[in-house]
Design a protein around this ligand. Structure first.
Ligand SMILES: [Zn+2]
Length: 76
């Protein structure tokens, strides 16, 4: 029997809204998501590797930022 296993990253969307994107320098919509690596066997995730990481992604430029970017004030 051939055993297929490895690691995959799963992404779970937590929410969305608007923020000031540091790259676009414009108010943009974002998607907040949680990513976590899993050990999978036959493409079924079995064991999570480490903690989940949250990220905020700008839906326009695709830039990924730490969730702290949501608290950042736009530069005048
Ligand atoms: Zn952007």
């Amino acid at each position: 029997m051939i055993l297929f296993f490895g690691t995959r990253v799963r992404r779970r969307v937590l929410g969305s809204g608007t923020f000031h994107c540091p790259y676009c320098f414009q108010p943009r919509t974002y998607e907040q998501a949680e990513t976590r690596s899993w050990i999978h066997v036959f493409w079924i995730p079995l064991i999570p590797l480490g903690g989940a990481q949250e990220e905020v992604q700008c839906t326009v430029c695709g830039g990924r930022w730490a969730p702290a970017v949501l608290q950042a004030e736009p530069l005048a």
